[in-house]
Design a protein around this ligand. Sequence first.
Ligand code: 13P
Length: 249
Amino acid sequence: MRTKMVAGNWKMNKTLQEGVALATELKKAVKNPKCEVVIGTPFIHLATVAELLKGSPIKVAAENCADKASGAYTGEVSAAMVASTGAEYCILGHSERRAYYHEDYDILREKVLLALENGLKPIFCIGEVKEEREAGRQNEVVRAQLEGSVFNLSQEEWKNITLAYEPVWAIGTGLTATPQQAQEMHAYIRSLIAEKYGKEAAENTTILYGGSCNAKNAAELFANPDVDGGLIGGASLKAPDFCTIIAAR
Ligand code: 13P
């Protein structure tokens, strides 16, 4: 059976002190989750939060890593550096990185490979923008994102990939995809994985939903057979809300 997961993405929120306070609250509240629980934090929190969460079931993710291994890339943080903090996961391909920092298929392919080489498990985000959904092009967009950046991976490498379907029109907008829209897309994504890596690999791949998933709608979204959990933005910044979502999985 594939891993069920609830992952938070703090994005560019929380000072170090605020992040430590939130992680401390979560550590106290999350003792025996029925699913994998991950918090994605800014780079500056990783080492401290990973240390703080030792002995807790909660795992830590970076929200990004560099597309180069090391060297003269001022301001960048490599996958090896991320791994050295104790983080186990790395969110890659988020639509905010694609849109605001021009991360294209090629850059993301490099990032995914470097993350894997350094023992990190990528949570790879895909999803269409509003205009693409309105034009009925969501399937072709998601297929191109997979083919462009992760379908080059070997069967063995694929085992460490978690996908997150995040329709861009649903992110931070309060416009959640309906459970039917989420299920339909997740089933389509699973069919693409089956085509590429076979049915067993497809059945074993965790596919999260992200986009205005919150304490109120999580259970309904997670009830779908192909929705294995959520990648949570805003609602992951408050411990009680995030805990309710974890309990819904
Ligand atoms: P929101 O939950 O704030 O809509 O953000 C979703 C997201 O982008 C998670 O990566």
